[in-house]
Design a protein around this ligand. Structure first.
Ligand SMILES: [Cu+2]
Length: 132
């Protein structure tokens, strides 16, 4: 009987307990940020982004970047894309890529990622510049 009563009390308390838990993270709490946004135009450009938890400002490691694209959409040339390859991480929460900025001007880096422990997909578009 005591056990039954305890269980009943626990079950009754569950909805309240759920309400008082800290708010769960949302995929919108995360953001990719460019470590640097200006590069010398040319081949072999290495770009680094940091994945930041906006609530804490801390870098987030081990994201799975399943989509990446760089193109000149900001210059009205969305179809002008360049090859882009992932490089090993240089530090925790940092993600690096090598590309060929074949033309001076503004480029758009589009990333799609899964964050460990979060549902949903993070999609960010970052603007960078290729300078002469
Ligand atoms: Cu172009």
């Amino acid at each position: 009987m005591i056990i039954t009563h305890t269980l009943r009390a626990l079950v009754a308390a569950l909805p309240l307990a759920a309400v008082t838990l800290p708010a769960l993270a949302d995929i919108k709490d995360y953001e990719f940020q460019l470590a640097q946004s200006e590069f010398k135009q040319g081949n072999g450009v290495v770009m680094t982004v940091k994945l930041i938890d906006k609530r804490s400002g801390k870098p987030v490691p081990d994201a799975v970047i399943f989509a990446k694209r760089i193109d000149m959409e900001p210059e009205g040339m969305a179809t002008m894309a360049s090859p882009i390859e992932a490089l090993p991480a240089s530090e925790t929460g940092a993600y690096s890529f090598r590309t060929n900025l074949v033309m001076e001007g503004s480029w758009r880096l589009s990333l799609g990622a899964k964050v460990q422990g979060e549902t949903g997909t993070l999609e960010n578009k970052l603007i960078l510049k290729a300078l002469p």
